[in-house]
Design a protein. Sequence first.
Length: 284
Amino acid sequence: MTEHRDPLDAGPNSDPPLRMEGDLYRAYRRIRASREGSILTLTMDQPPMNAAGFDLHDELSRIFYDVARDDCDVIILTGAGRAFSAGGDLDEMLDRTGNPQSMAAMMIRAPHIVHSMLALDVPVIAKVNGHALGLGATLALLCDVAIMDERAKIGDPHVAMGLTPGDGGAFLWPILVGYARARHHLLTGDPLTGAEAAAIGLIHKAVPSDELDAAVAAYAGRLAAGATYAIKATKRTINMALRAQAQALAEAHVGIEQLTLLSRDHREAILAFKEKRPAWFEGC
């Protein structure tokens, strides 16, 4: 296994980051990397809704460590097609209810998504081109700036799947919108439109869908033309408190989610959704 060094732990005499161009991302199959100048775009590509199946989830747990070795100044994270990333892959989730080893293999990777995104000093813009649900919402909120289609939905419906939001949502939502709003949306799973999310400060901005590309390009261009060393250092200072919380909580939250993954309610939620019927939850 390749050892991933935290880019922020490099000393003053460390070698500079390596610019690897296409080679660095060649092994990725569910995330496409493209570059325009110093702006790197990462596009999640898991049709039809970029659901976080094992392959995409695994790549998300690794790619930001690789990005830390690149010398880009701005990153845009988006989704192919009509969604940003809409939750988990139900067929895989159902299979894992009877396969604890597969479940553990996926969950052990989950904290790396949080840690690698928060440790990265390059600013990341989420171009939320469609629904961002579950892990998709967490990915958008881990980005430094989220600009969203005003009609798309963002939400964390883990509870609807009989799960707790252990992927980072449980500590990110309260920080961004306060405990009262976060409790409502995490305990019910109720989503927000992009316009509603912007109004309460969950994301930076919501725009009509036909203006999204231009809005994100303009913001990325502004950062890329700025004092990038200072911008990266500022991101690092802003994220210090978030990184401390993530170090304290990420693994514990994943552990609690894994307990709910073993529940009968989780399996029932998947079956009910697939069979288009109400779920019958047993509880504890």
